[in-house]
Write a protein that binds this ligand. Structure first.
Ligand code: SF4
Length: 342
């Protein structure tokens, strides 16, 4: 049997089949970094417009380091996980202070930057600086869990190490970026998370253990997911003359530091809602029920009851004119209530 060259087969397939994505047409380390952060927990199609808009508004690390937080949140509005962009800004400041306004080029230095973990350091390092470091994300774990037919839970540290050892032995020194991109591409296209891997066109098929064992639907083995915690909330659109109230959320926890609609814990009926607002110093003029809404976060689900409330006095809330409010980033958790804002 002829020798199977894992990386050569994989990279050849990649050059013939890769999707034309905007961040694949640049060699700018900053743009590559931006794309890798945006792509964490977000679909490729959703990222495309954000990527262009972000780089147009903040074309350099210096621009990012000097951007104010409201502008950053607005550029990120709808992408979720806002801590990603705040961490990028902190990392950009470090780049300005310690690396002459550039991303550092070693794994150790990349890992020292805020918001850059193992995966991002390897992805950016290999694509931008040709560091031969395997980038292992969920896609890659899935592909390799199948290719090696690993019978343990795929997210276990020992399993990751086994995969890292294998990939480190085959990643080419002359094109590690294409290698990492190819493996991610395979996981995003043919060897996807649905049960049916499309093995027919896969470059790894000649040595794929799961394929030959007929186990592509059963592998990889995933950990049992903990059930999400349900939180019931009452959300208010408070209007006073032509202004609407927004609150700044605490600096720690869910949606930290973002502007949001005022809320109360639990599902309040009309009378309880009125009482709650009066306790916050608002004189309530009228209260109208809005449709219920639901938002799913990574570990929590918000089940929301909404009210449109006209008040005479603002109480403890900050009210904004429409023009000012449109500069604030409203998290997508509240998007069901956006049509009722004005
Ligand atoms: S042969 Fe099928 S299961 Fe194996 S790596 Fe390729 S797509 Fe995945």
């Amino acid at each position: 049997m002829s020798e199977f060259d894992f990386s050569r087969e994989l990279i050849a397939w990649y050059w013939q089949n890769k999707r034309d994505l905007p961040w694949r047409n640049t060699s700018d380390p900053y743009a590559i970094w931006v794309s890798e952060i945006m792509l964490q927990q977000t679909r490729v199609e959703a990222v495309k417009p954000y990527y262009h808009r972000f780089l147009t508004a903040l074309p350099t690390i210096s621009d990012l380091a000097h951007a104010d937080d409201e502008k950053l949140h607005k550029l990120w509005e709808g992408l979720g996980y806002y801590s990603r962009v705040r961490n990028m800004k902190k990392a950009a400041i470090t780049c300005m202070e310690q690396y002459g306004g550039r991303l550092p080029e070693t794994r150790k230095e990349l890992l020292s930057l805020c918001g850059i973990g193992d995966y991002t350091a390897a992805a950016v390092g290999s694509i931008a600086f040709e560091l031969p470091d395997p980038a292992i994300d969920g896609n890659v774990l899935r592909v390799m869990g199948r290719y090696l037919a690993i019978d343990e839970v795929i997210t276990e540290r020992t399993v990751k190490e086994e995969i890292r050892t294998f990939l480190s032995s085959v990643i080419p020194k002359d094109d590690p970026g294409a290698f990492n991109s190819a493996l991610m591409e395979l996981g995003a296209t043919l060897c996807g998370p649905d049960k049916d891997a499309r093995c027919g066109g896969c470059p790894l098929l000649p040595r794929c253990a799961a394929f030959f064992q007929g186990r592509t639907t059963e592998l990889p083995i995933r950990a049992q997911k903990a059930p999400k915690r349900i939180e019931q909330k009452t959300v208010f659109i408070l209007q006073c003359e032509k202004k609407t109230a927004f609150i700044k959320r605490p600096e720690k926890g869910l949606l930290a530091g973002l502007w949001a609609l005022p809320d109360a814990a639990g599902h309040l009926n009309d009378e309880e809602a009125r009482q709650f607002l009066e306790n916050q110093g608002c004189a309530v003029e009228s209260i109208t029920a809005l449709p219920n809404a639901r938002h799913v976060f990574t570990h929590i689900v918000w089940e929301m009851k909404g009210y449109l409330v006209k008040v005479h006095t603002p109480g403890c809330y900050s009210f904004f004119e429409k023009e000012e409010a449109e500069k604030l980033a409203l998290p997508s958790a509240f998007c069901a209530y956006r049509p009722f804002l004005w």
